[in-house]
Design a protein around this ligand. Sequence first.
Ligand code: GLU
Length: 488
Amino acid sequence: MEKIRTRYAPSPTGKMHVGNLRSALYEFLIAKHAGGDFMLRIEDTDQERYVEGAVDIIYRTLEKTGLIHDEGPDKDGGYGPYVQSERMKTGIYMKYAKELIEKGEAYYCFCDKERLSTLKTEVDDEGKSITIYDKHCLSLSKEEVEANIKAGKPFVIRQNIPNEGTTTFSDELYGDITVENAELDDMILIKSDGYPTYNFANVIDDHTMNITHVVRGNEYLSSSPKYVRLYEAFGWKVPVYIHLPLITDENHKKLSKRSGHASFEDLLEQGFITEAIVNYVALLGWSPEDNNEIFSLDELIKAFDYHRISKSPAVFDIVKLRWMNGEYLKKMDFDKFYEMAEPYLKEALTKPGLDIKHIAQLVKTRIEVFTDIKEMVDFFNELPSYDIEMYEHKKMKSTKESSLSVLKEMVQILNDWDDYSNDALYAMLTDYASKKELKNGTILWPLRTALSGKQMTPAGATEILEILGKDESVARIKKGIELLEKAQ
Ligand code: GLU
């Protein structure tokens, strides 16, 4: 059986979009699931879209996510160069373009902008306007072409697609697709600057680099018949095509920068962790046989059967990703968690003397993303202003009146009490409640409210007392009494 070889072929045009990350991940998983090779190829032939630093982002992201390539610009596997601009210098694209011209499958075109602007245009799947070329230069004789080239006239090389007949290609998910040749444009293979287009280079490179499975976004689906015609013209085997479904935002619109979480870097900035992002992205279009949702990269390699990729658009659900991220944080080893959470905690906890490590322990199981920390802990710095209606709690059997009397007694007891460890405080307060024949909540609810001024806290009343210490706790309880008395 032939060894599976996949490639991730990004264009260095900026950040790593979620869609790009998914392509890389699926290519990696398909190769690794079958014990194959995963290759990195940099597609930098569109010099206008090239962004400085984008190649570094690609390397960094692959390394961080664990999608380690077996071959690439930095790891020679015998199929190099792995950067298209370098491949171009070897003359490979021109050589094959000329071969197509010999076969009558391509031709030189010398039409200038002015002439092209008079031709019919069509809007492609991406919303870009493309000129439908009228084959004007196909009729040039060999001598005319040679004379033009000699005279230094700029030219492109176009694919020659007949106006009759049909072309069929096959996709693993979409099945066989047949299109009328008349609908296919004579696309440019070599541009006037000598660079190949993506449309040409992907075919030449995937073939010469022995790629067996091509995974990419379905924006390339409509061009695929043209690629298949090129493979057939050369007499090459067509790779397995897997065109992935669109990723949409919550409003079912194509995921874009506007949605705010379109790239891997955006998500890291928003406090998500790499493992959760990778896990979540794996599920954007693929589902496992069982209902499991939490997968490490190794587990994904084992489970990833590409036949289970779906055709329907995948909705990027940030709420679900948040949940998943929270699951990862809960399971994370504390030291690792602390290392990652520390900058967020230090930024949020501005009051000197607070036990940051202790607070980290409290938030670990309660946050979903690191950026949740600030809102959850800022009451430790300073008591926020709060609504005394919070003292009313049916289940805790707490009312404003009962709270006032509890706080009045508590301020005394806690002022006289010295052991401010959570365990001792808890034992003392629950003991007090049972002696008074009160529910624990009737004591602890008003206390927690007075200490935090918040409905939701990362800890119970006694843990908060422990962290705040006696002086601050007593001061906050006095403030609670004052607010409740004022309202009477
Ligand atoms: N360079 C193309 C892109 O970044 C790759 C498409 C493909 O995987 O063939 O969109």
